[in-house]
Design a protein around this ligand. Structure first.
Ligand code: NAD
Length: 436
């Protein structure tokens, strides 16, 4: 039996909406992506990607050519054309850690006002527990006569940098709904991706997303604290993590010690998880520690740099290698690099930065900091090299050329990308995370 082609609207053409929309078109659905951001839609209509994501441009182009994928600034175009409406708008953190739901609300209002027939609304955005019920109430209260809505929670697990690949190789599909028919319809739309499905209630589906990200963040903060202990007892965190990861119950992933996590998801989702617990009078102690450790890890890195220069960074030039919050993306949201650069500047250092992809976006966030897309230019005349994002271009840098470009052969490796013995043999003073 072939897969059924459905009419799907996607609200939000960001990292999640654009990738999901293109992938849903690729498996045969007819997809309309709506986003009020006129510049984003204009660039998509010109065939230019507003974000950097491997494989995305080809996928978008071929599906636009086949007539299966289109873009609009008008939510009503997506709503009228579609049976299923995926909400993939942003849910950033408010200052108090709660989730800013304004984009979700505006998307829902747009759906309710435009819908002339019944729809299934699929919540892909990461939203607090209870949002599905809130959304259904809001939609139904504004519905035209005879129009009904079902809201299905379908959290998204793709990772920036490998988002297209992740969508075609997803580990699981989670759907949470009150209506089994609606849940089955969403599962039918996602069936071509071939992932095992978990059908549950909406609250559980909503919480699975936060629980997953909170657990991943916990693994990272755990290994970072372990690395800090390693430094004091002469152990090597690389070996400790390897030994731990060989245990199938633990597994090797997310055990890379470094300067901690960043990005749009883990920082805000861990804070939201804490907030969700506080709202029901539960003190989620581990979550609080995970967040604090992550922040301290950035500070520890800067402390190491200062210590190597006898506490005085004034006038020193430091080459920060990598700005995006992780490799293979141009996303700078809550990137550790921004925090670290801001601390270095406060201590009077001068910063030269390198990033292969995010240099144009970074320029607006780092006024006065020269940003290069050639690593050796950033290193030229610098007093030390700081590895902040583990881009392949940084991992595979020509160490002899780097040494020639640097004024002093000092490397602070915030991502443990180099081998300590090799670095010393090559004449570098090498300071990593969790290494003796
Ligand atoms: P994003 O900021 O890149 O994209 C959100 C888009 O929604 C923006 O383009 C914005 O203009 C648009 N938008 C705002 N209001 C709208 C409306 N009323 N109608 C239509 N579009 C509207 O965000 P993102 O990174 O794609 O994340 C989206 C959601 O997915 C968030 O809840 C996030 O937590 C979750 N998520 C993100 C990732 C990730 O790696 N980025 C992974 C899993 C889940």
């Amino acid at each position: 039996m072939g897969n059924e082609s459905m009419r799907i609207g996607v609200l939000g053409a960001g990292y999640v909406g654009l990738v999901s929309g293109a992938c849903l078109a690729e498996v045969g659905h007819r997809v309309v992506c709506a986003d009020p951001d006129e510049r984003k839609i204009a660039s998509l209509l010109r065939g230019e990607m507003p974000i950097y994501e491997a494989g995305l441009e080809e996928l978008v182009r071929s599906n636009v050519e086949r007539g299966r994928l289109s873009f609009t600034t008008e939510a009503k175009d997506a709503v009228e054309a579609s049976e299923l409406l995926f909400v993939a708008v942003g849910t950033p953190a408010l200052d108090n850690g709660d989730v800013d739901m304004s984009q979700v609300r505006s998307a829902l209002v747009g759906i309710a006002e435009a819908a002339r027939e019944s729809k299934i609304v699929v919540m892909k955005s990461t939203v607090p527990v209870g949002t599905g019920t809130m959304a259904e109430t809001l939609l139904r209260s504004r519905a035209r006569p005879g129009v009904s809505f079902e809201v299905v929670s379908n959290p998204e697990f793709l990772r920036e940098g490998t988002a297209v690949h992740d969508t075609f190789h997803m580990d699981r599909i989670v759907v949470g709904a009150t209506s089994d028919a609606a849940a089955e319809r969403v599962l039918a739309a996602l069936a071509p991706f071939g992932a095992p499905a978990l059908k549950t209630n909406r609250e559980s589906a909503e919480l699975i997303k936060y629980a997953s990200n909170s657990f991943l963040a916990t693994k990272i903060s755990f290994i970072n604290e372990m690395a800090n202990v390693c430094e004091k007892v002469g152990a090597d965190i690389g070996m400790v993590a390897k030994g731990m990861g060989m245990d199938k119950r633990i597994g090797p992933s997310f055990l890379n010690a470094g300067i901690g996590y960043g990005g749009f998801c883990l920082p805000k989702d861990t804070r939201a998880q804490l907030f969700i617990a506080e709202n029901v009078d539960y003190d989620f102690k581990i979550m609080r520690a995970v967040i604090e450790v992550n922040q301290l890890q950035r500070q520890r890195f800067v402390r190491k740099v200062r210590a190597a220069f006898d506490g005085d960074l004034a006038g020193k030039t430091l080459a920060v290698m990598g700005l995006s919050f992780k490799p293979n993306t141009d996303d700078l949201r809550d990137a550790p690099s921004l925090d670290i650069i801001s601390m270095l500047l406060q201590y009077g250092a001068k910063v030269r930065a390198y990033d292969p992809v995010s240099a144009p976006k970074a320029a607006a966030l780092l006024p006065g900091v020269p940003i290069f897309d050639d690593p050796y230019e950033a290193l030229q005349g610098s007093d030390a090299m700081l590895v902040v994002t583990e881009w392949d271009q940084v991992r595979t840098i020509d160490l002899d050329r780097a040494k020639l470009a640097l004024r002093l052969p000092i490397v602070f490796d915030g991502r443990n990308v180099f081998d300590a013995d090799t670095m010393r043999e090559r004449g570098f003073r090498y300071i990593a995370v969790g290494k003796p």
